[in-house]
Design a protein around this ligand. Structure first.
Ligand code: AMP
Ligand code: GLY
Length: 420
């Protein structure tokens, strides 16, 4: 069969590498992909905002399944659009994608279905928001409602910081803001929890811990993710049951009351406090870099899983995982998450050791005349697997030493909580 993957990050390269292993696959197209996917699939440059172009390409090239990696096309309704033309698509529809597209939609759902989450208020004007923070305890969390690539969240330690967050959000830093969210600060440890759903049945899809801050010691600005390890050190059967019962099931029930079935990956960003889960946010896709960290442990054919999801036959699939520990370090362009240089050549990639315990996934890379250039903020993902986290990290570090790219940087402390 022929498959199309929408997206160009490390997540999409990991998905691509996983599905090309399947006997079922005849050809994979990546829209637009990166230098990594170019080696194992065909990259197609298309304007992803133009759904009609995507649809035309899919129909003309007889693509049997489209997999949507990132949130933006999901939130904008690409799945609904393609399904109108009888195209099989893996990913949630526009209504379900509100779980990520609108933090207020999710908070209201939490309220209605008693889903544990931080206490919150919704504010429509600067004045109301400022009046509220006058009487608050700190820290406090202020969030833009819309999609902001992980950047629309401010953890404010005092009234000054809170005031400037309110200014920036209402002045449109993350797009037109009709309201903002102020939340209680939850103190605990974060976990990324994934399930896959076909609309009727769900299966858990492993856990991970992401490292969102740009600097070592979890300091500095928030990023899309600087590294991850899997499984999370926090997960245990009791906690998993609580997450499903208190968070995932009521969410899916809430969506079904809106007449909506959830098909695809669902990523719950959780704060765990004394083995109790609280929902921080939902994402309607796999995490990045969690996907790169988790997929190398999957033994089941990923394309069979996607097809079962689209055909509502997930109950027939048994997910099988390796027991190994996995750790991923993201290598970024110097300056990320702010400004960085583009088109810097990365050399010596061919020296990287690749086998079942060593993976390299590309993100912001482009191939030109057989040379690889860094073109994005997050550029490469180096993943190591082993029986324990220490050896998994050694695998990663041995490979990173071989890389010749002076304009890149990475956090050397990924996994510090499990490596003490
Ligand atoms: P979000 O985009 O909502 O996941 O927020 C980004 C990051 O901000 C999260 O991964 C947390 O580290 C932090 N965060 C968000 N909301 C809260 C909260 N209520 N309490 C503590 N930390 C939070
Ligand atoms: N790693 C965080 C995210 O994918 O949103």
């Amino acid at each position: 069969m022929k498959v199309g993957i929408i997206g160009s990050g490390g997540r999409e390269h990991a998905i691509c590498k996983s599905i090309v292993k399947s006997k079922k696959i005849e050809k994979v197209y990546c829209f637009p992909g990166n230098a990594g996917t170019a080696d194992i699939a065909e990259n197609i440059k298309l304007d992803l905002e133009n759904f009609e172009n995507i649809k035309n390409f899919v129909l003309e090239n007889k693509i049997n399944l489209v997999i949507v990696g990132p949130e933006k096309p999901l939130v904008e309704g690409l799945v609904d659009y393609l399904e109108k033309f009888n195209i099989k698509v893996f990913g949630p529809n526009k209504i379900a994608s509100q779980l990520e597209g609108s933090k207020i939609f999710t908070k209201k759902l939490c309220e209605k279905f008693n889903i544990p989450t931080a206490k919150f208020g919704i504010f429509k004007t600067k004045i109301d928001a400022r009046n509220f923070i006058n009487n608050s305890n700190y820290p406090i969390v202020i969030k833009a409602d819309n999609l902001a690539s992980g950047k629309g969240v401010y953890i404010c330690n005092n009234e000054n910081e809170a005031n400037s967050a309110i200014e920036e959000i209402f002045n449109g830093k993350f797009g037109k803001a009709e309201n903002l969210l102020i939340e209680e600060f939850l103190e605990g440890e974060e976990m990324s929890f994934f399930i896959i759903s076909d609309g009727k049945n769900i299966k858990t899809f492993e856990t991970a811990q992401d490292h969102k801050r740009v600097l070592e010691g979890d300091k500095g600005k928030n990023t899309g993710g600087m590294g991850a390890y899997s499984p999370s050190r926090l997960i245990n059967p009791e906690l998993e049951n609580r997450i499903i019962k208190k968070i995932i099931n009521p969410t899916l029930k809430g969506l079904s009351e809106l007449g909506c079935e959830y098909k695809g990956f669902l990523y719950a960003g959780l704060m765990i406090i004394n083995n109790e889960p609280y929902l921080i946010e939902y994402n309607v896709r796999m995490g990045d870099p969690e996907c790169q960290t988790i997929l190398p442990k999957l033994n089941t054919d990923l394309i069979e899983i996607f097809l079962a999801c689209c055909d509502k036959k997930l109950q027939d699939i048994k997910l099988s995982w390796s027991n190994k520990k996995s750790l991923c370090v993201v290598i970024c362009s110097k300056g990320y998450p702010d400004n960085y240089n583009k088109y810097v050549e990365i050399k010596d990639l061919e020296n990287i050791n690749l086998d079942e315990n060593n993976h390299l996934f590309h993100a912001g890379t482009e191939k030109r005349d057989k040379k690889i250039y860094a073109v994005g903020g997050r550029v490469l993902n180096c993943v190591g697997l082993s029986e324990n986290f220490a050896d998994a990290k050694k695998n990663v570090m041995n490979n990173l030493k071989k890389l010749d790219w002076s304009e890149g940087f990475y956090r050397k402390d990924i996994g510090h909580k499990v490596l003490k």
